[in-house]
Design a protein around this ligand. Structure first.
Ligand SMILES: Cc1cc2nc3c(=O)[nH]c(=O)nc-3n(C[C@H](O)[C@H](O)[C@H](O)COP(=O)(O)OP(=O)(O)OC[C@H]3O[C@@H](n4cnc5c(N)ncnc54)[C@H](O)[C@@H]3O)c2cc1C
Ligand code: FES
Length: 293
């Protein structure tokens, strides 16, 4: 029997991070919040419950529950620490995220998880790694880059980030921190550059010849997250450039309801994005996609 009871979390703080996006810090409380969907419920009911929050894998996701409004899946940008603090970058889209943006620090909401399959951290450790994120899609990759940089557990690590404009750029503090240690290429599709030597006009794919050259040989592993059209185009380009399809991993998003492989909302031909993913190897994912992906 699946447990759909969310754990109680406190909204600790937040800051604006790009257009209509905020980086939130939450704290797990010692208990679980009632799964009641009663719209009159403004404060969740706390009950004691054991959770698996201390074992979150980088790349997994959680279902955020705004009481009386609903649930939506989000990636961890920082895994829960010993005090239960964790972070997520959220773009305002619809009912759940708009309600979240209306909350203030100190308010209690719910979260259940962690769910899904994270990035293959053991397989990528020590390798020559290329990380490509587009827009809000850099969020699932933050934990990977932070971990690798902290552990210095790579032979080469390069990040390419794409944003529509200056205003749309997200996760600026993270990228500024990383570029003290590793190459970071920031690609701006429209409008002015900010004068930063790491910033270029165009889309991530436009800088790929330079990036691949910088690896000398091709990267051993590539991690992609962001808009689907960007990821699939990038994967096709990299394979055409000689990168093995089994060396490319992507994080896929679909509308989700249960997060547990039971409701079928995230079904993609015989695969549930919530339990078989959200991270997939490109050669594994491809047979499940339409031919004209
Ligand atoms: C595994 C996973 C991890 C995610 N991580 C993050 C994250 O870290 N940060 C973040 O901001 N968002 C993330 N998302 C996306 C987020 O869950 C959705 O934007 C969510 O639906 C917002 O809920 P809402 O009620 O505010 O908007 P909704 O009312 O659900 O949606 C508003 C609009 O967005 C569209 N939409 C919603 N979800 C999707 C989707 N998955 N694919 C395409 N269109 C969609 C709807 O059709 C509608 O037009 C993730 C999604 C998945 C599946
Ligand atoms: S969200 Fe229900 S099966 Fe994946």
């Amino acid at each position: 029997m699946h447990n759909l009871t969310p754990s109680a979390i406190e909204l600790v703080d937040f800051y604006d991070d790009g257009e209509q996006a905020r980086h939130f810090q939450f704290r797990l409380l010692d208990g679980a919040v009632s799964a009641s969907a009663d719209p009159a419920l403004t404060e969740p009911t706390l009950t004691k419950q054991d959770t698996g929050w201390q074992k979150v894998q980088i790349g997994q996701f959680f279902m955020l529950n705004v009481p009386g409004v609903g649930e939506a899946p989000f990636t961890f940008t920082q895994m829960p620490d010993e005090q239960g603090h964790f972070r997520a970058l959220v773009r305002q889209m619809g009912a759940v995220t708009t309600a979240l943006f209306g909350l203030q620090p100190g308010q209690i909401l719910g979260a259940r998880g962690p769910y899904g399959i994270g990035w293959p951290m053991n397989e990528i450790s020590g390798k020559r790694i290329l990380v490509v994120g587009g827009g809000c899609g850099l969020a699932p990759l933050v934990g990977v880059v932070d971990h690798l940089v902290e552990q210095q557990n790579y032979t080469q690590l390069t990040v390419v980030y794409g944003a529509r404009s200056q205003q749309a750029k997200m996760l600026n503090p993270e990228r500024e921190r990383w570029q003290q240690f590793i190459p970071v290429f920031n690609m701006i599709e429209n409008g002015d550059l900010n004068g930063d030597e790491n910033e270029y006009h165009g889309r991530p794919i436009d800088i790929m010849p330079t990036v691949l050259d910088s690896f000398g040989e091709l990267p051993d592993v590539v991690l992609l997250a962001g808009p689907q059209v960007m990821m699939f185009g990038m994967a096709d380009y990299l394979v055409a450039s000689g990168v093995y399809d089994h060396a490319i991993y992507l994080s896929i998003e679909r509308r989700m309801h249960c997060g547990l492989g039971t409701c079928g909302h995230c079904y993609l031909k015989h695969q549930y994005i919530c339990t078989d993913g959200p991270t997939f190897r490109w050669d594994v994912l491809q047979p499940y996609l339409p031919e004209d992906h």
